[in-house]
Design a protein around this ligand. Structure first.
Ligand SMILES: NC(=O)c1ccc[n+]([C@@H]2O[C@H](COP(=O)([O-])OP(=O)(O)OC[C@H]3O[C@@H](n4cnc5c(N)ncnc54)[C@H](OP(=O)(O)O)[C@@H]3O)[C@@H](O)[C@H]2O)c1
Length: 303
């Protein structure tokens, strides 16, 4: 008899339940301590599925022997879509506050939409190529405000020349970060932020909670895909060509940082298509990935 486990998955505009038949599960468990191959059923963990039938799904589980975190690589599974209205209300939130700036999201993800592990990046901090890209996107428009969740903000190194709007429920009103006005402000919720910044360009820099809440409001997504096997426990929304148009894509083969290919994408959302935001993104705000990553190739030497 085939046993199955139901796991809730957050989709870009839907909540999904994935059924993983145990018999179809490849038992590749990555617990370093005892390399145990067994797994426990869990219905509480959220997992993200890959975007093609060949992408594996990494499901976090406790190792049976030692209780450490282990991972199961499951075979591709069929999705059952439910509750299609989850993010429609967030889209309306933007309209309700008449937000007229450009809303961008920037993330770096694994091939199966993982963005974080144990409070850090899955691949660690030592990834200069992506940091260069992050800096280019977040400093390109000096008037833009970086929107960030409290957890991610606490793990950030100092990022000069950028202003932050940090979301946290620990304040009840807009409050200066560190008691000074230099870095930006804490905001208790998204409506308070949108109300004050109805015309400001916003760049959402994470983490998982924030991407999920802002995804339906996004005009543009700057995405890095880092190939490789990394354990992940935080995920970004599933972006695909049905709801976004690719404006630019650049693959760095054998990236110096990872030895593997890394892809940089700029995506325009369907909601922004044909809008004033699209013109702003294309004419003033958008730029070519390669030009920002390898400016030396584009420098004109004046005589
Ligand atoms: N790969 C990437 O591109 C990338 C980028 C950024 C982060 N990350 C990773 O993502 C992980 C962190 O993500 P996360 O989802 O755990 O946390 P997060 O989104 O960074 O922060 C969550 C916290 O933000 C606050 N918050 C979020 N939405 C709010 C709202 N609408 N109103 C008020 N407060 C709100 C809450 O803070 P309080 O608890 O204070 O109320 C919440 O606990 C880390 O592993 C990090 O390394 C990856």
């Amino acid at each position: 008899m085939t046993e199955a486990t139901e796991i809730p998955v957050i989709g870009n505009d839907k909540v999904t339940t994935v059924s993983i038949p145990v018999k179809a599960t490849r038992r590749i468990v990555l617990c370093n301590e005892c390399e145990d191959g067994s797994y426990r059923r869990s219905t509480k963990r959220k997992v993200r599925v890959g975007n093609s039938p060949t992408d594996p799904v990494l499901i976090p589980h406790e190792c049976k022997e030692c209780g450490h975190e282990a991972f199961i690589e499951a075979a591709w599974v069929e999705l059952v879509w439910e509750n299609a209205n989850l993010d429609a209300s967030r889209n309306m939130l933007r309209d309700q506050y008449g937000h007229a700036g450009v809303i961008s999201l920037i993330w770096a993800r694994t091939h199966n939409f993982g963005i974080g592990h144990k409070g850090d990046l899955p691949w660690g901090r030592d990834f200069p190529t992506d940091l260069k890209w992050f800096k280019a996107v977040t400093t390109h428009n000096p008037k833009a405000l970086l929107v960030v969740g409290r957890e991610t903000y606490e793990g950030l190194p100092p990022l000069p020349d950028r202003q932050f709007a940090v979301l946290t429920t620990s304040v009840s009103e807009k409050t200066p970060i560190d008691g000074t006005e230099g870095n930006g402000y804490y905001y208790p919720d998204i409506p308070t932020l949108l109300e004050e910044h109805s015309e400001t360009d916003l760049i959402v820099i994470g983490g998982g909670h924030c991407y999920k809440q802002w995804f339906a409001m996004a005009d543009v997504v700057y995405e890095t895909i880092i190939y490789g096997s990394y354990p992940v426990d935080v995920f970004c929304p599933m972006l695909n060509a049905d709801n976004f148009t690719n404006l630019d894509s650049h693959c760095v083969k054998n990236c110096d940082d990872t030895g593997k290919p890394v892809v940089f994408n700029i995506w325009l959302s369907n909601r922004a298509k044909g809008s004033i935001e699209e013109h702003i993104i294309r004419d003033r705000w958008n730029f070519k990935v390669e030009e920002k990553l390898f400016p030396e190739k584009f420098t004109t030497i004046s005589e």
